[in-house]
Design a protein around this ligand. Structure first.
Ligand SMILES: [Zn+2]
Length: 107
């Protein structure tokens, strides 16, 4: 594991702006010279964005609302709306181990 990257004031301001502008995470990551996964951890840590999924601490907030689908849960076929790319409903997810990342696709 690498050490958490410490953001400078400028980088933090840049990220806040980029998030507000709805920039792609890939371009933000490129700007900071980190991989997208690291960027997401940084955003999560800095409270600039929230991501669903155990890896990033679960939260279903406004940022996810516009991105939902009704694909049936791969386990129990529950088809209530949930964040896009989430293949299992919350109930089933809580029974899954942390290593379910293969089912989670980022853009
Ligand atoms: Zn389910």
């Amino acid at each position: 594991m690498t050490k958490p990257r410490v953001l400078s004031q400028m980088e933090r301001a840049f990220l806040r702006q980029a998030v507000e502008n709805g920039e792609h995470y890939t371009s933000m990551a490129t700007s900071l010279g980190v991989c997208v996964d690291t960027l997401k951890r940084i955003l999560q840590r800095e409270g600039l964005a929230e991501f669903e999924g155990a890896k990033y601490a679960v939260s279903m907030t406004r940022s996810n609302k516009k991105n939902v689908w009704v694909r049936p849960c791969m386990k129990c076929k529950d088809d209530r709306p949930r964040p896009k790319w989430q293949y299992f409903c919350d109930k089933c997810r809580s029974t899954l181990d942390d290593d379910d990342t293969e089912y989670r696709l980022w853009d």
